[in-house]
Design a protein around this ligand. Sequence first.
Ligand code: V47
Length: 366
Amino acid sequence: MFFNFEDINLQALEKKIRAEERLSFDDGVILWNSFDLLGVGYLANIVRERMHGNDTYFIHNRHINHTNVCVNTCQFCAFGVKEGDPTAYTKTLDEIFSDAELYKGGRVSEFHIVGGLHPDLPFQYYLDMISGLKGRFPDVHIQAFTAVELQYLAQLAKKSLEETLIELHNAGLGSIPGGGAEIFAKRVRRKICSEKTNAEEWLDVHRTVHSVGMKSNATMLYGHVENAEDRTDHLIRLRELQDKTNGFLTFIPLAFHPENTNLNHLNSTLGQLDLRALAVSRLMLDNFPHVKAFWIMITPQIAQMSLSFGTNDMDGTVVEEKIIHAAGGVTGQIFHKNVIADMIIEAGRMPMERDTLYEETHDYIV
Ligand code: V47
């Protein structure tokens, strides 16, 4: 097929992409800076269709944010608060179980659990949360605790990360979400999350997760003080780890939401950058099976459009989302799965309901 690129630089990249050659750091920077967004999307779509054809995944999931109390203060975060803050909350285990119970019989296939680094909760709370959920919902996959939380839990447990992971896994933990990666570049991390797990530690947690046999996701927070070079570096560092472990399932670029954060002087991202982030990620992360458009972050409209800009996954039903909504998120928090399937069909793609590990659970016949 012939595409009339407005940016001549993209023509050379098309040759590489069609030949399945790996893109370099400089190629990445070209893609982030190109004025030809449709050209970038066209290239990402070549890879998307080569890997997945029209198949487009979504999941019946339920997010649970057990506490917003956090010992860290990240400049980009509007969710975390200190103990004693009037908006602070911590769910008891019974509250978590009864929240989860609401979905019994609804064929939910995944609980996605992340929260703040609480100063007082013991390691046993997390173990009991996982084993309690698993006991009540043996068929539901539990994807829980970002790399940052896992590092903190290992400190609480006074065990090595590996031992902590094995204990959580034995209690019922199935896989690890991709949060906490933000942007790996030191210069940026110092400005937006200086207290947090650093890049090497984040990567090391995921390396260990993969070594004990669990899969994980990866994210990148974009649209704040980072530049094209920082984003490219982030993607290449993830690609290098994936070359070694092959443990990542999905990459999710996360659009920064500034409201109620210490970076509220910045603007929200718009459709151009959101589509580009998804497309460039698809092109640079040639060894990641999936790129996900998290509709909560970028609106259902952009998520749907992105199905022609490299993505092959729409996340899922979600139900309750507190992190982005604390920071001015404007979308709803729940979509019925038929609505997601209809969005996928309208985009000319094939909806495939999946479980966390991308096994098909329900085939939509169009
Ligand atoms: O780690 C926090 C980000 C993450 C803001 O693995 C913000 O499938 C934008 O990681 N604006 C948590 N982003 C959410 C997350 C996630 C979401 C969906 C799917 C998966 C997955 C993972 O949200 C945090 C941080 O990077 N975040 N504050 C904000 N103001």
